[in-house]
Design a binder for this molecule. Sequence first.
Ligand SMILES: Cc1cc2nc3c(=O)[nH]c(=O)nc-3n(C[C@H](O)[C@H](O)[C@H](O)COP(=O)(O)O)c2cc1C
Length: 366
Amino acid sequence: MGAGRYQMYNQNGFKLGLFGANCSSGRAINKLPERWSADWQSCKKMAQLADEGGFDFILPIGRWKGYGGPTNFQGTTYETVTWATGLLAVTQKLTVFGTVHAPMFNPLVAAKQMVTADHVGEGRFALNIVVGWNDPEFQMFGQQQREHADRYGYGEEWISAMKQMWSRKEPFDFDSNFLHLHNVVSEPKPWNGETPFIMNAAASDVGRAFAMRHCNGFFTSFREFDVGRATEIVKQVKVDSRALGREIDVYTQGHVVCRPTRKEAQEYFDYFTTEGADFEAIEEILRLKDITRANTPDYEERRKKVPLMNIGYPIIGSPDDVAEKLGRIHNIGISGIAFSLVNYVTELPLLVEEVLPRLKAMGMRA
Ligand SMILES: Cc1cc2nc3c(=O)[nH]c(=O)nc-3n(C[C@H](O)[C@H](O)[C@H](O)COP(=O)(O)O)c2cc1C
């Protein structure tokens, strides 16, 4: 992969990305007045701060429908490939992903959209594939979700077709189980003729196997209490992908609250995950997973945990604490983290000024 495909292959041993900024409230299910609006001017400002500050990537969420509640959590969302294209036009160095639901995007339209983004960014576009889970979103598209294994069966054909569109010069047919495409041509090819960096966001073993066969990265969730399990999974991904003759990076997700003191950070985190949380939206998220008061004896406990579960690994504290926690993730063998903030614009400067230099001093970044 040439120096052009750029921030995902740079010298930073541990990559830093911002996650979820294309959605209102980002990933924190909160009612605070400063919660993220996700309007274009704010997104643009965030991207430029991150780019100038030395972040490696920006990763959106593929989301089509909000969760209700007083804030309609994630009810306002930019479609991610067009969002990435706009951000690539106003930044210089960082990679911007599209998070794309394979079943909802015709592969030829998707392949060409992504090439457009990649040319605008001169090789800085990357793809995060999701196969989806949320029924009301599929219903909006007039689709029924496939059985779990078939979701990846379809994904496998979808990405294989797309890779051919990105590389083959002559017209070709792609006739498979789910796709029947005839006399396909797709020009131009991605920037420098190189396939963009591809991740798969998943938790299951099937999703992990899909990532190992077809992607450059596996994007998954680990929480603080399963560091042992995370270490095991990362080791296994490395061993299994090498057996397939491939090298796969493992990425994870989290949420950062960094303040000058640990006390301030912890108080803010405690507030927006309890009193400041949007519990009506939280109940809807549980309902979508078929968890209700009627069928779940420990419903109240589950409900309280959602604001924490939703944001993944919590990285809370002073700049020293945040750097130390990121170091722990790096030591597991994870290649990078995509994290959210309650407000991406107001919270970025402290990270750039205080945390990034610490990571450099720790040898995690060039
Ligand atoms: C880290 C991570 C990020 C994800 N991001 C999204 C997303 O942006 N949109 C979405 O609809 N699903 C997202 N998902 C869910 C995926 O769509 C995936 O289909 C779901 O986890 C079910 O597949 P699995 O059983 O292999 O995990 C994400 C999953 C993980 C683990």
